[in-house]
Design a protein around this ligand. Structure first.
Ligand code: EPZ
Length: 423
């Protein structure tokens, strides 16, 4: 069974270079389907979600060449409309191909997407929006068929902010006939990255990074080169690791301007943070303080994807605190695992109350999803003694090499594989 083994308990010291952003690159890869010609995408994180996305794209007749962290994607030959079910169901971002593929071929048949088990995660907003743009969708028990004679611009008012629905509608709108307006659009930096990529390719988009996007449909897009920005969630995970273990680390290329809410929470907990063009220097001396209330929100608020890692850090802070999750209904699955390490946490629906303890103790743990798994690695790095975190593959969906990154700041950890009988 795939696992990570950690001998934790020491302060962190050193430097980590932050990889390219998973949640930016996945919709950008989908966007290359809209382009006839070879796009060059640099700083691509080599993570399993990217591998699944590339496999899906190859099954649709894209040609993809890889050179280190650079991909050359040629979608000139895109013809398919059936996506391989196994890649669709392991990853939520497979839904991102829908808007682009409808624009390209007018015809898509797919299973419902999967992804991390952090909530129900329906796709109703995506489908409603596409219907408004002229797509006929027939839903089956396990998937749907979608067809359009041509996408038309439309006015969408999202009832609540959805990152994925905003991205899908933008992808459908750039080559649609007429204008599309998206009210209450997501403002996450990953939307901005997608819009920048598309604008570079000739798309007409106004309001990128605001709650109101206007997309003026164009005839065609042209091939471009684009560098994927650094991953704010990976950087935030290591910020939480420094909070949890103490020490001083430099996060090279951390996108500080996108991390204000996480930096504010870390400063409240007693971290000293210095930002520069090159990245983020974090110093954590003495015992951290408990934030009285920390609450997840859509951007620019505190990100749900960092909730678990900060929860790990809160377990060893001084005092009592509350952490509230407002985006996903099932994102406290790591609580029993942290309690195995000695943490004192009580769950009340979408909130947890934490009473800080001096130190966590190493334990045998099981990751159940990506960010929760990474948070267990954060906790294991701070805990006294040995921790084993099973199901490393969940973490590898979003972190290129979390063990190497942590070894760079002095954590004794490595990937390992145990047979069932060792457990
Ligand atoms: C994106 O997921 C990210 N994934 C998530 O990161 C992130 O947690 C989330 O945005 C919120 O920031 C990618 O970018 C690939 P949403 P997405 O649509 O787009 C509900 C990670 O760990 N909803 O903004 O799926 C939904 O259930 C991942 O890297 C509907 O009800 O999130 C949730 O409660 C996990 N109907 C809320 O909206 C819909 O049609 C926000 O989800 C769509 C969403």
């Amino acid at each position: 069974m795939d696992a990570i083994q950690i001998y934790g308990g020491n302060c962190l010291e050193g430097q980590i270079r932050i990889q390219g952003s998973k949640n930016a690159v996945l919709p950008i890869l989908a966007a290359t389907l809209l382009i006839n010609g070879v796009c060059e995408i640099e700083n691509v994180p080599m993570i399993s979600d990217v591998y699944h996305m590339l496999r899906l794209m190859e099954s649709l007749c894209c040609t993809i060449e890889r050179d280190g962290h650079t991909l050359r994607v040629d979608a000139s030959g895109v013809s398919g409309c059936d996506m391989p079910s196994d890649s669709v169901v392991v990853m939520r971002s497979s839904i991102m191909l829908l808007g682009a593929l409808l624009a390209r071929t007018g015809n898509v048949s797919m299973r419902y997407p999967g992804g991390c088990v952090i909530g129900r995660r329906p796709i109703d907003l995506h489908l409603q929006g596409l219907r408004r743009m002229g797509v006929v969708i027939n839903e089956r028990e396990d998937g749907f068929d979608a067809e359009t004679a041509g996408l038309n611009g439309a006015v969408h008012r999202l009832p609540f902010v959805s990152v994925g629905a905003t991205e899908n509608l933008v992808l459908a709108a750039v080559l649609a006939k007429g204008d599309t307006v998206i009210e209450n659009a997501a403002k996450e930096p990953e939307i901005l990255a997608l819009c920048e990529f598309l604008q570079k390719a000739g798309a007409k988009i106004q309001g990128a990074g605001t709650g109101r996007l206007i997309v003026r449909g164009v005839e065609r897009l042209h091939a471009v080169s684009y560098r994927v920005p650094a991953d704010r969630i990976v950087a935030g995970t290591y910020l939480a690791a420094c909070l949890c273990s103490g020490g001083e680390i430099f996060l090279k290329e951390a996108p500080c301007s996108q991390m204000k809410a996480a930096m504010m929470a870390a400063s409240d907990m007693g971290a000293r943070i210095r930002e520069s063009e090159e990245g983020m220097l974090i110093t954590c001396k003495g015992r951290r303080k408990m934030p009285s209330v920390l609450k997840t929100e859509t951007y620019p608020g505190f990100p749900t994807d960092l909730q678990s890692a900060f929860l790990a850090a809160m377990t060893v802070a001084e005092g009592d605190g509350v952490l509230e999750e407002t985006i996903f209904e099932n994102r406290f699955r790591i609580v029993p695992q942290l309690c195995k390490m000695g943490a004192r946490i009580c769950c009340f629906e979408n909130r947890v109350c934490v009473t800080g303890i001096g130190r966590l103790t190493g334990a045998v743990l099981e990751a159940e999803e990506l960010r929760g798994g990474a948070a267990l690695v954060v906790a294991g790095s701070a805990a006294e003694g040995r921790s084993i975190i099973y199901n490393r593959h969940f973490i590898e969906r979003g972190y290129e090499d979390i063990c190497q990154d942590l070894r760079d700041v002095g954590v004794r950890c490595r990937k390992t594989d145990f047979s069932e009988k060792d457990r």
